[in-house]
Write a protein that binds this ligand. Structure first.
Ligand code: ATP
Length: 206
């Protein structure tokens, strides 16, 4: 159950992703951000057609349902399907602009993992993003020591902030791979997600 959102939310988190499937790394990032950034509300936004992912994503209805299950017990979370109904490619900058209009005067915080931070300069109209939101980055366990790259980005985006959380060595790619091989995914996702994947035969070879 999602608790009520503050009457006039001032600190708005935005966490987009394929969530194919949502896993404990996503949950850790969201929980850390709510706590450290003192968010009034966190929009979890499954991406529509993610222009930067080469593979076809699972059906939007499955990813939305799994996101609702995965983040169900986190306070102040709103699982937000807006990008799933937008036709064509979806760009973060457009979503941030819409949220700015919905929450006039509020501060937006865009939550991303380290891989996406490195990819930031390839995002559509990425230069507009720092004016719309403070970008908050979670280090990933498979970090290849790209500190230099991060520092270079920080020089371009001084407001870039690191979330203080231990790296979580989980990726959706690994989970899909394990599920396809019939291996257990239990430690990587919550039980509700493992059950959903099983019941809907997701990630199985066709
Ligand atoms: P895939 O392996 O399919 O690329 P993923 O595990 O990276 O998927 P996404 O849904 O693409 O998951 O990620 C959504 C956001 O969450 C991205 O900003 C990504 O960097 C971040 N993220 C995903 N997993 C982690 C993790 N273990 N630690 C920190 N951030 C993560």
């Amino acid at each position: 159950m999602t608790p009520p959102v503050a009457a006039q939310p001032r600190r708005i988190g935005v966490f987009g992703g394929a969530f194919d499937p949502p896993h404990r790394g996503h949950y850790a990032l969201a929980a850390t951000a709510i706590d450290q950034l003192q968010l009034d509300v966190l929009h979890i936004i499954p991406t529509g057609h993610a222009w930067h992912k080469s593979r076809a994503l699972s059906d939007a209805s499955h990813r939305l349902a799994m996101a609702r299950l995965a983040f169900a017990d986190l306070p102040r979370v709103l699982v937000d399907g807006r990008e799933l109904v937008r036709p064509g490619p979806t760009y973060t900058v457009d979503t941030l602009q819409h949220l700015r209009q919905e929450y006039p005067g509020a501060q937006l915080y865009l939550l991303i993992g380290e891989d996406q931070a490195r990819a930031l300069p390839s995002w559509s109209r990425w230069e507009q993003v720092p004016a719309l939101a403070i970008i908050c980055v979670a280090v990933r366990a498979d970090s290849t020591g790209a500190k230099g790259q991060f520092d270079a980005l920080k020089a371009q985006v001084p407001s870039l902030t690191l979330l203080n959380m231990p790296p979580v060595a989980i990726s959706a790619t690994d989970i899909r791979h394990r599920a396809a091989m019939g291996q257990s995914i239990d430690p990587l996702v919550f039980e509700t997600i493992a059950r959903y994947i099983d019941q809907h035969h997701l990630y199985r070879p066709t």
